[in-house]
Design a protein around this ligand. Structure first.
Ligand code: SAM
Ligand code: SF4
Length: 352
């Protein structure tokens, strides 16, 4: 990696020589959180996320690891304090640890509070120790069921044992693990109590996520999958004592404490409770496309200004222009009249 040049540019930026302001959108929300989808590829084909026969982006369109570093660093220089690498599956991107390693300099310099990732866990056994060494402290692992056959069915290509080994490795390496579970009607609602007990028994938070209408996913509509978390919370409250707590991780989850387990349970509810008013994040894809809102189509191309010159002026101008267009919120709806995806883009493009 051409680290000498990158470091020199950043020294100027961080020293305030460029006089660059922090990023604030038209609704007064400071942008402090960037999610980066480092690849659209994945070794799973989760039924709610992808069709089985996905066509992926040509490699030539994808930013190199050096370009991803420069892009992330430009956001850090403009006030982003939290970076989450996601995908597709971030850990299937070749040499991905180089990117974690280089980004970790912002943790050491104090310009970044957190470097983290969202993963399906399949490669964690291999990478847990390297992640820890790069300064990663907490990770999110997606897991929708603890039944090996159901796991294979929902991921189409995944192995539960391998993911569980990955979680073991992550915890052994000293990483804090949070489990993310998509709530799927008729698939895993009977498992929520056991998932809560399992996760909390291992010292992990669990967050339930409402399925979002992103991308064509083949057979079956979204109405088949959608399970409002307001209902799930009411069921769980019959089984456990739940009390609201203020705990926040910088993301959109609202947490409760489960008295019986002592653990935290989060709910991410884009459909039943819209959380846009406190949105502090934007997303960038592996082709350098910036999405100002997960639920809106509007985007900005950052690859062109990134590649147009060695300095960051054009890039900063493009970022400023895009943040100036960040919309107030999304309009996800799933009901009988809206069975089509709200957006044609899959979650694996923007990374959730
Ligand atoms: N491959 C990694 C993983 O599965 O954790 C990272 C990318 S994945 C797109 C990020 C998160 O989005 C996962 O927790 C996944 O379950 C969730 N997800 C994917 N499609 C979704 C959808 N349509 N609605 C809600 N969540 C979705
Ligand atoms: Fe891959 Fe994650 Fe999408 Fe599953 S949810 S197909 S693991 S990107």
């Amino acid at each position: 990696m051409a680290m000498d040049r990158v470091d020199t540019l950043e020294l100027d930026d961080f020293a305030g020589v460029s006089g660059r302001a922090e990023l604030v959108d038209p609704f007064g929300r400071a942008i402090s959180y960037l999610r980066v989808s480092v690849t659209d590829r994945c070794d799973f084909r989760c039924a709610y996320c992808m069709a089985e026969n996905m066509s992926f982006l040509p490699k030539a369109e994808i930013l190199s690891l050096e370009e991803l570093d420069r892009l992330c660093s430009a956001f850090v220089a403009r006030g982003v304090r939290k970076l989450r690498l996601t995908g597709g599956e971030p850990l299937v991107r070749r040499e991905i640890m180089t990117l974690f390693g280089s980004l970790s300099r912002h943790l050491r310099s104090g310009h970044l509070d957190e470097l983290t990732l969202t993963t399906n866990g399949s490669q964690l056994a291999k990478y847990a120790a390297d992640l820890k060494a790069a300064g990663v402290k907490r990770i999110n692992v997606s897991l929708d069921t603890l039944d090996p056959d159901k796991f294979r069915a929902i991921t189409r290509w995944g192995s539960l044992d391998r993911v569980l080994e990955g979680i073991d490795a992550a915890q052994a390496a000293g990483l804090k693990v949070k489990i993310n579970t998509v709530a799927l009607r008729g698939f895993n609602e009977d498992e929520f109590p056991s998932l809560v007990e399992w996760a909390h028994g291992r010292g992990m938070d669990l967050t339930l996520i409402e399925v979002m209408p992103l991308g064509e996913i083949g057979e079956g509509g979204r109405l088949d999958q959608y399970l409002p978390l307001s209902m799930v919370r009411a069921w769980l409250a019959e089984r456990f004592s739940l009390s609201d707590i203020d705990y926040r991780t910088g993301g959109p989850a609202r947490y409760v404490r489960v008295a019986e387990t002592g653990g935290r349970l989060g709910f991410i509810t884009p459909l039943t409770h819209n959380f846009c008013e406190s949105c502090n994040r934007v997303r960038v894809t592996c082709t350098g496309t910036l999405y100002m809102c997960l639920g809106q189509a509007d985007s900005a191309d950052l690859r062109k200004p990134l590649r147009a010159s060695e300095g960051n002026d054009l890039l900063y101008a493009a970022i400023d222009e895009a943040i100036g267009r960040k919309p107030k919120g999304h309009d996800f709806i799933i009901d009988r009249r809206h069975q089509r995806p709200a957006l044609s883009r899959h979650m694996s493009v923007t990374g959730g």
